[in-house]
Design a protein around this ligand. Structure first.
Ligand code: GUN
Length: 284
């Protein structure tokens, strides 16, 4: 029987630390500020943005949400990003993805001031992650690292297997595990004998985007399994990339979905915004 990693509880603890730091900064007249931009009416994105605003309020941050219509032009969106780049009350700018098809994510992200890029999506920040000189940590992979640390998992020297190579999760996750001295393998849709590779993992991170993709026969006895997946079943229920029923009995530690990695992502966004506010105020 595996021990369940309680992402909700760990997230609560980290958010309490952030709230305490925010209160101390307020004494110095500094209020961390996050601006979130959403274009269009994608229901999942609307929920994420609402949760980000709520999380900001709970820790005492200033937050601004810009809900722009679907037909917003690139020029209009860039003008807003430029304005927020120059707004001293805003320390973090997040453009919710995916954007409508007529807008190019890359062009928009490239215009965010790297010092306010709390998603760590700007090429400057991606490069910094590569060399281990972080300003901002990529939110989901950073959340995974905190879950491992708070669960007493020492990554150093371990066989770490990341399944998935996205720019948002898989690639930066591999880098963070490598910086923590893990021996890291990244698998993807063209990997041959995937189960053979995943069975080597002491720490397995699943970031594939396919429900129940990792099954019990693909994991080693006693492994630590982190499920980054957020898939909707036909009945609307949220489910991960790991087939919990067959994997859980074999492993030592596992994150559930929901309640594992998910709550940590916004927590890391808050932490990046706090870092940015401190850096802008010259107190870091
Ligand atoms: N859409 C889904 N996840 C994310 C995220 O972490 N950041 C942004 N900007 N958009 C997202």
């Amino acid at each position: 029987m595996a021990k369940i990693i309680d992402g909700k509880q760990i997230s609560k603890e980290v958010r309490a630390e952030i709230a305490a730091e925010c209160a101390a900064l307020k004494e110095k007249g500094i209020v961390p500020g996050l601006a979130v931009i959403i274009v269009g009416t994608d229901p999942a994105s609307q929920v994420y943005v609402r949760n980000k605003k709520k999380a900001c309020e709970e820790v005492g941050f200033h937050s601004e949400v810009y809900e722009l219509p679907e037909e917003t032009t690139e020029a209009e969106l860039l003008a807003l990003v430029e304005r927020l780049n120059g707004d001293s009350a805003i320390h973090g700018i997040l453009v919710q993805l995916p954007l409508p098809k007529h807008l190019d994510d890359k062009i928009i992200i490239d215009h965010i001031d790297p010092e306010k890029d709390v998603d760590a999506f700007h090429p400057v920040n991606v490069g910094k992650i590569m060399i281990g000189d972080y300003d901002f940590l990529p939110c989901t992979p950073a959340g995974v690292m905190v879950l491992l640390e708070k669960s007493g998992v020492d990554v150093s020297g371990k066989e770490c297997v990341v399944v998935g190579r996205s720019n948002i999760v898989g690639k930066p996750q591999a880098m963070l595990l490598l910086h923590a001295n893990g021996t890291v393998t990244v698998c993807h849709s063209r990997t041959k004998n995937l189960a053979e590779v995943t069975r080597r993992a002491d720490i397995l991170v699943a970031a594939v985007g396919k429900a129940d993709f990792i099954t019990g026969d693909m994991v080693k006895e006693g492994a630590v399994v982190i499920d980054v997946g957020m898939n909707r079943r036909a009945d609307g229920k949220l489910t991960g990339d790991v087939d919990f029923a067959t994997v859980e009995p074999k492993v030592s530690l596992i994150t559930p979905v929901p309640g594992g990695v998910g709550p940590m992502t916004i927590t890391m966004l808050l932490r990046n915004t706090l870092t940015s506010a401190k850096r802008h105020a010259g107190v870091l």
